[in-house]
Ligand binder design. Structure first.
Ligand SMILES: NC(=O)c1ccc[n+]([C@@H]2O[C@H](COP(=O)([O-])OP(=O)(O)OC[C@H]3O[C@@H](n4cnc5c(N)ncnc54)[C@H](OP(=O)(O)O)[C@@H]3O)[C@@H](O)[C@H]2O)c1
Length: 316
């Protein structure tokens, strides 16, 4: 028996695919939005357990309100995952990145009000938390820390700007309309791929294994498994007491130590040769853990990710 119907925007992406898989396994009926229904790149979704009964893929574009409303209508909950996260920067980032992220999020939220949706979970990012030069040095960054939009703009950090604006507008919208919105800010997401192509964060790990990078900044990287992020999204959706924003991160590890760990697991790749020191930052996922969130071992994330890249031929 189906539990309830929910909508996932960006169902065919890296995180969206895992979220759809987990929702189906928990007996949710899912409306997944995609931009090109029928395209081979979404074939994996139709092969998921229970997809034939409980998954419907619908065409929607973030800047097209009507398409979003059609996908959301009839759903009691929405997971807004879709946002541009390109592999390389385009020529016009304000139009290609910021506008779809911000206007798209507002379109989703307006459609949720019109469709009387009960709760919306918006996927934000650590980049909406951490780019804050005014934050006291050495102090742990928690949910009260916001990236500085002006700093993002002047330093041309367009993706962080897109996520910071989208998340802050979402929470403002919630305040002014009474819509129940919860946001989740994952750090760098690694783990196995379900979709047939490489997304931006997986590309970072592939480059570390393959590119023979000569010099790498030895900064602290914060990592979370894609399956644990999907769990976190469902947890904040289902727990009535969930409120506001949640940082979602599992491990904080120096690049040098990450490379050492990878080398122990897989000795034969072309790892970075040397490192320069870089500034550390510390983030906390305590709020999410208090809600009951748990995460798996980093080794499992790395091994499952690398095995999935090998299987797809991305490390050849
Ligand atoms: N990966 C990470 O490390 C990471 C970390 C923190 C937060 N996040 C956030 O997690 C979410 C998913 O990211 P991901 O890593 O799964 O990336 P991804 O694989 O590139 O997925 C992005 C999804 O957004 C959809 N999309 C992009 N622009 C759209 C538009 N204009 N209209 C409709 N759909 C659009 C894409 O749809 P198509 O399939 O149709 O192209 C795709 O499904 C994003 O909100 C991202 O900011 C990711």
């Amino acid at each position: 028996m189906v539990k309830e119907r929910v909508c996932v925007t960006g169902a065919g992406g890296y995180l969206g695919s895992w979220l759809v898989k987990l929702l189906l396994s928990r007996d949710y009926a899912v409306h997944g939005t995609v931009r090109q229904p029928g395209d081979e790149k979404y074939a994996h979704l139709n092969k998921l357990d229970k997809a034939s009964e409980n998954l419907k893929l619908l065409k929607a574009e973030l800047l097209d309100y009507e398409s979003l409303y059609s996908a959301i209508e009839g759903c009691s909950g929405v997971f807004h995952v879709a946002s541009p996260l390109p592999l390389t920067a385009g020529a016009n980032p304000e139009v290609e990145l910021v506008e779809p992220a911000v206007k798209g999020t507002l379109n989703v939220l307006k459609a949720c009000v019109e469709a009387k949706v009960k709760r919306v979970v918006v996927v934000s990012s650590v980049v909406a938390v951490a780019l804050n030069p005014g934050w006291p040095k050495g102090q742990i960054k928690d949910e009260s820390c916001w990236s500085d939009k002006e700093y993002c703009r002047t330093t041309k950090n367009w993706y962080p700007l897109s996520k910071t604006e989208a998340e802050s507008e979402a929470l403002e919208f919630a305040k002014s309309t009474g819509l129940d919105v919860v946001t989740v800010c994952p750090t760098l997401i690694f783990g196995p791929l379900l979709q047939p192509s490489v997304n931006a964060s997986s590309m970072q790990l592939i480059k570390l294994l393959k590119d023979g990078i000569h010099l790498l900044g030895n900064k602290r990287t914060t990592i979370v498994d894609v399956r644990d992020v999907a769990e976190a999204l469902i947890l904040v959706y289902e727990k009535p007491e969930a409120v506001g924003r949640y940082i979602c991160t599992a491990y904080s590890i120096k690049e040098h130590d990450l490379v050492d760990k990878l080398r122990t697991l897989y000795p034969n790749y072309n790892y970075p040769k040397s490192f320069t020191e870089a500034e550390d930052e510390i983030l906390s996922s305590e709020k999410l853990q208090r809600l009951g969130w748990r995460y798996r071992l980093l080794e499992e994330t790395l091994v499952d990710a690398i095995e999935s890249y090998k299987k797809a031929g991305f490390l050849d």
